[in-house]
Ligand binder design. Structure first.
Ligand code: SAH
Length: 366
């Protein structure tokens, strides 16, 4: 009989300072040791516990027996240093996740920024089956652990040599369906002892899980919220995002009111333009109204073709016409005009290709 493989050790990147303090006290260590550990992990960025030279040998052995410093290995990189770069990381169970690095001179919403933005994944696969999205094609596999979310940021910094100063949770998965691990990861990314990334520089994007938006609104961090809207009426949104049946626009907007009340900040609506599906100027009109009531910004994103899905993007004239309806209604709105349709293919595609090649998806389907 085959023995079950031993459960892998948890990632050291998944613990907050409080978790480390609790761990230290439970192992007859002082609080100060916990501070030293996080300093080695995040400030000095060591790759092994053996390099933590101001800790005793027995303590290092104890750490080695309980945790790994898991720098996620890169399986594949596409793009180059000065363009959008995609990293495919392998997790401890062989699963793959994508992380996209957007260079300093291009901002994800079409504006300019002097800071590198990283688009991170929150789950392997996704259960929400949005009709435009590659990640949903193979269904949901599992939640990422906080250490795997933080690990993507550290992994991308090591692989690219650039510091990440902005993070968007717009990679694979639905971050709000993984709220516990997401919240922990946000804390580690934001903390002074951690990656020290400003809360305002982190955007969580959701397909619209209303109750979880209300929960996220309670965390004491000024993170930003983006909503994948993609349809201005229930009729149109229902065709694109099955989640709209569960939380229709009215319910979603109630949650956004809670967010606005607690956070006192604007939300962003993402709106992919899909030819003949949601690019009608009537939709633009309703979208403009909704954005104005919420005082929301709108990011228009021309649809990226996904293999296996037959939608396409409207021509530029149509995109500009949609944009001008919003602009003339006084809505703050950007239209992503960048090229790179090929390299910057939609999230989830790299993983699909690679996992299909490795037969992982096939074996899950059995
Ligand atoms: N589940 C979360 C995060 C993943 S999708 C959410 O729904 O917000 C995040 C964003 O990726 C989408 O809103 C969209 O802006 C972008 N995206 C995904 N697939 C795309 C495609 N085929 N073309 C263009 N943008 C896409």
């Amino acid at each position: 009989m085959n023995e079950k493989p031993a459960k892998p050790l948890p990632s050291a990147y998944g613990l907050t300072l409080d978790d480390w303090i609790e761990w230290a006290l439970a192992h007859d260590q002082t609080k100060f040791r916990a501070k030293q550990i996080v300093e080695w992990l995040y400030i000095k960025r060591v790759a092994s516990f053996d390099e933590m030279t101001n800790l005793s040998q027995p303590l290092r052995e104890l750490l080695k027996a309980e945790f790994v410093i898991s720098r996620l290995p890169v399986v594949r990189t596409t793009g180059s240093q000065d363009t959008t770069q995609k990293f495919l990381f392998r997790l401890h169970d062989g699963r793959l996740v994508e992380t996209v690095k957007i260079p300093a001179n291009v901002h994800f919403d079409g504006g300019q920024s002097d800071r590198v933005t990283l688009c991170v994944s929150s789950q392997v696969g996704c259960a929400y089956a949005c009709q435009f999205c590659a990640s949903g094609l193979a269904g949901f596999t599992r939640n990422l652990e906080a250490g795997e979310i933080v690990g993507q940021v550290i992994g991308a910094e090591i692989a690219s040599g650039d510091a990440v100063r902005n993070i968007v949770f717009m990679g694979m998965g639905e971050p709000l369906a993984n709220l516990t691990q997401l919240t922990k990861a946000l804390e580690i990314l934001n903390a002074h002892w951690g990656l020290n990334i400003g809360a305002r520089q982190m955007t969580v994007s959701t397909s619209g899980l209303a109750p979880q938006i209300e929960k996220l609104a309670l965390i004491p961090m000024q993170i930003r919220l983006a909503i994948s809207l993609h349809g201005a009426t229930d009729e149109v949104r229902d065709q694109i995002m099955p989640v709209n049946k569960k939380y229709p626009i009215k319910r979603l907007f109630e949650a956004l009111e809670v967010w606005r009340h607690n956070k006192k900040q604007k939300v962003t609506f993402e709106y992919i333009l899909i030819e003949g599906v949601n690019d009608g100027l009537d939709q633009a009109g309703v979208l403009a109204k909704r954005a104005r009531t919420m005082n929301a910004k709108v990011n228009l994103i021309p649809y990226n073709t996904v293999e296996g899905l037959d939608w396409s993007r409207p021509d530029e004239e149509r995109q500009e016409a949609f944009l001008s309806v919003l602009k003339s209604a006084g809505v703050t709105c950007t239209l992503r005009r960048e090229k790179g349709h090929d390299i910057d293919a939609a999230c989830g595609q790299l993983r699909l290709q690679e996992e299909t090649a490795e037969g992982i998806i096939a074996s899950v389907a059995e």
